[in-house]
Ligand binder design. Sequence first.
Ligand code: ZN
Length: 411
Amino acid sequence: MSAVLFSEVRIFDGSGAASFAGEVLVRDEQIVAVARGDERLPRDGAELINGNGATLMPGMVEAHAHLTWPSSVERIVNTMKLPAEEHLLVTAQNARITLDHGFTSAYSAGSLGERFEPALRDMIDAGHLPGPRLRASALEKGVEGVMGVPAGHDPTHDRSIEGLRRYVAEMKALGCDTIKFLMSSDEGFSPGGSQVLMYSEEEAQAIGAAAREAGIWLACHAQASEAIKRAVRAGFRAIFHCTYADDEALDMLEDKRDTLFVAPAPGLLHARCHEAQDFGIGPVEAERMGATSGLALMQQVIPEMRKRGIRVLPGGDYGFPYNPIGRNARDLDLFVRLFGFSPTEALAAATGQGAALMDLPVGAIRAGCLADILLVSGDPTADVTILQDKANLAAIMKGGRFHKRPAATQH
Ligand SMILES: [Zn+2]
């Protein structure tokens, strides 16, 4: 039995409540006790980590992960299509990089390899590879060529209701936790694409019914308002982007706010607007791809969702050369600067609410939860940008085991 006691820390518990001074005791894979103020926890047999005033918080949840998208802060790759063998290895590398940057959980928003993610999840869970807890996705389903969806999997090849039902059952049999559908296309794929609906109401309903029957979650890319509404009516659980949500769509999301999640993924749009010049995306291209207008729309829609209590989660669409995996924590800052979240609200969205998306006992510094913990130099409840520098992550613990040990105790 192993035990670790974190003392002299400021605790952000993931709920959104103010942080407090205290101690945290981890035994095996769980948090077993949290003390406040001057209360002292038993030290016998525990490895003592003195935080010296650092912040102890839950590991973050990436709510819209694409671990198969090749580019990371360690390795920029100028294509989405790699030979399968290399692609799988890069995906495993990206899992480790995601964890290195403080994300102990990742909810996939679509894979480029059909069996990559269930296999990767199982290798991580068994302790063979470092990476976040993963909710594994099926391939992205979309139009021919989009995001590398191979011809045989293009829904235009089998759009019969029976074909869609069969597909959902097949993905469940492959071991996927979630299936990603493109309910709308996107300006980034073709001009005007955001308003192009990819599935009819009947098709969406069939997908929803098949998923409930199979016991698998549904996630979707949805730009157009009607795409969002179809997804909500069909029982989709994670709805991405929601850029063009109108009042009716917002009402529908609010009605289901206890069962669904939104992940807008502003990081990619921000990168296209401001950081992609060297990759051939200047202001003109950014507008043509819908990034400039998309970000402006999100700045209206997401604050409205926040007011309505719809769970809007940070993260998303990292893995492009100009928006590499490893920068994911930047989304928290965009939530603060663009969407009106307080730093504490952004942190709660990335931890406690992210855990609800994962449907796992993580995302909280509370007895009984899995010990997915970050020890952060500085105070992220005052400034979330410090989470973007992994040097500020003094320790990363997942399931009670250090992925990164505090420097003083390294051996
Ligand atoms: Zn995405």
